[in-house]
Design a protein around this ligand. Structure first.
Ligand SMILES: [Zn+2]
Length: 70
């Protein structure tokens, strides 16, 4: 199994009103780039199961910094 790619979904526009996750059906405030309600972990698992598909994408870190201290 391919390693799971961790997504960077920190921007405010990745959040919205709670809605059922398109993958697991449990309510989530998170939104994908396509504005689908989906948990970040669900999207990460989906990416691992669908290599090469671009349904869920990670945002580039702001400012191009390579370190992330949270
Ligand atoms: Zn989910």
């Amino acid at each position: 199994m391919a390693p799971v790619q961790l997504l960077n979904w920190r921007h405010g526009w990745h959040f919205g009103p709670p809605a059922p996750c398109v993958l697991c059906g449990i309510t989530t405030p998170l939104r994908s780039d396509a504005k689908e309600p989906v948990h970040k972990v669900c999207a990460e698992l989906w990416i691992a199961a669908h290599p090469g598909e671009m349904r869920f994408v990670s945002n580039a870190p702001k400012g191009g910094a390579t370190t992330d201290h949270g």
